[in-house]
Structures are given as C-alpha cells and as structure tokens.
Design a protein around this ligand. Structure first.
Ligand code: NAP
Length: 249
C-alpha cells in the first residue's frame, strides 16, 4: 500500500502561511515544513518543522525539495514576494511535484477613496509631491528610495528597523499588524499625515489604514502587485487546503 502521508513545504512569511501550517499539522495527515526568508528576527512560529533562510535560487530550492522528499509546495508568500514565487514554480516543475499558490485578493477602491495606482516603488516615489508629509507602509526593504527624497517628510512604519540610517526628515514607527481603525486614525492625526503610500497587499490586518484614509479624505498612492507565475492559485487558506486534499485524493 502506498504511503498516504505526504511532506508539504509551505513557503511562508504571511499570516495565511501560519494558519495553513497550523491547520495541516492539527489535522495530522501530513508532515509540514514552513520556510521563512529570515528577513525578520521576531516571528510567530507555526506548528510543524521550520526552515529559516533562502534556498539558493531555483536550483537550491529544487535540491531542497528532492533532499527533503517534498511532495507538494504551498506558496503562501506575500503578494509582493515575486522572486520566491517564480523560483517555487520553476523548482517544483523541475522536481515533478505540484505547486499551489495562495493569492489573497487585492484591495479595491470604495466610494470616497482617492487612490492613485502606480506600477512599482520607483513610480511611487516619483509621484509624491514635494512638501508632502507621507505615511509610508512598504516595509523596511524598500524604504531607502523614500528616505532619498529630502523634499518630503516620511513617517515609515515597519516591523523591524531598516539596515540603513534614518535621515532627519524621516521618522520610524515600529509596529506589527494588525492595526485597529482607531490606531490608524490617531497615527494619521498625530503625525499630521497628508498622503498615504501602500502596496496593494490585500488582507485584513493592514486594511484599516485605507478606511482611515477614506474617512479623513486622505489621498493614497497604491502600488500595484508584481506579476506572479501562472501556478494554480487559491484565494484563501480553506481553498488551498481543498486543492491539497484533491491533489492527494
Ligand atoms: P522575494 O524578493 O520574492 O525573495 C527574495 C529571496 O528571499 C528569494 O529568492 C529566496 O532566497 C528568499 N525567500 C523569500 N521568501 C522565502 C521563504 N518563504 N522561504 C525561504 N526563502 C525565501 O521576497 P521578499 O519580497 O524579499 O520577501 C521575503 C519574505 O518576506 C517572503 O517570504 C514574504 O512572504 C515575506 N513578506 C514580504 C513582504 C513584501 O512586501 N515583499 C511583506 C510581508 C512579508 P533564495 O533565492 O536564496 O531561495
């Protein structure tokens, strides 16, 4: 009789990755390894095995899949983590196993929103008018381009401080989502913010800043998502579990 127990590699770094790992481990049918890039030093570890650090590109990930006898890759990385998703699709294909992605739906503007869409970080930085007092929520990896604009004031929120020096015209707010609507209103008010910059990450834990911006009549520069590979995708944890169950049925 074939071995029914499978080994699933979850590419993590999101709340969905943790929920998926916890659910799969609790059900007990399969072994689960969750991998983190290792960009942050503080994280809530999910149930199951943990792998921290990059694999070394597509070839490295393929080697890991084969060495660890992985049967399926669940790509539950952030919508803006384009490289690891491309690597996951290519490495899984090369190793002859399935790769399913979880694509959380992007945010859509509501009546009363004043959003301007831009293609990427560079276009976003260019679109900020001189003299603006901007609340930037892109994370620490891409904050340098905003710090380089010394004709704007930057309030930059991130989980851990960036590697680079914070210039005099910028201020860090170190905090981990979720954020309540009251917290977002208070921050925008306290810091006298007149423009919000956000990636179109989707999800609930950071949506409240957009509600606060709408209520306060604040314009938003919304950075569009990078392209992801054409792997089979689900939009929530329940749906990717269904894909996994069907695959192993
Ligand atoms: P990325 O540009 O797509 O990936 C850069 C490299 O980091 C990858 O080539 C890979 O290194 C390694 N890596 C990324 N995710 C990994 C994972 N889950 N496990 C092991 N290695 C991983 O990704 P990123 O935008 O830097 O994001 C890094 C991580 O932070 C991702 O896991 C993502 O889910 C999470 N995150 C990103 C954002 C964002 O806005 N980008 C926001 C929240 C969370 P090798 O090539 O050496 O394998």
């Amino acid at each position: 009789m074939p071995d029914e127990r499978k080994r699933i590699l979850i590419l993590g770094g999101t709340v969905e990755a943790r929920n998926l790992a916890n659910t799969l481990v609790s059900r007990g049918r399969h072994d689960v390894i969750t991998s983190f890039a290792g960009a942050t030093t503080t994280r809530k570890a999910p149930k199951g095995e943990i792998h921290v650090g990059g694999f070394g590109g597509t070839e490295g990930l393929r080697t890991f899949i084969e060495r660890e006898r992985i049967d399926l890759v669940a790509d539950t990385t952030h919508p803006f983590a384009a490289r690891i998703s491309a690597n996951a699709a290519a490495a899984s294909h090369a190793a002859g196993i399935a790769c399913f992605r979880l694509d959380r739906p992007p945010w859509e503007p509501q009546p009363g929103d004043d959003w301007r869409f831009v293609a990427d970080i560079d276009a976003c930085v260019e679109a900020i008018p001189a003299g603006a007092n901007v609340f930037v929520t892109v994370g620490r990896q891409e904050i340098g381009a905003f710090f380089a604009r010394d004709d704007i004031r930057v309030v930059a929120r991130m989980i851990e401080p960036p590697a680079l020096e914070v210039p005099a015209h910028a201020e860090l707010v170190l905090a981990r989502p979720p954020f309540s609507l009251d917290e977002e209103r208070a921050l925008i008010d306290d810091k006298k913010i007149d423009l919000l910059v956000s990636k179109n990450s989707g999800g609930e834990s950071t949506r409240t800043k957009l509600t606060a911006a709408r209520e306060l009549g604040l314009p938003v520069i919304m950075i569009e998502r990078p392209a992801k590979p054409a792997t089979v995708a689900a939009s929530c944890v329940e749906d990717i579990i269904t894909l996994i169950d069907r695959h192993f049925a």
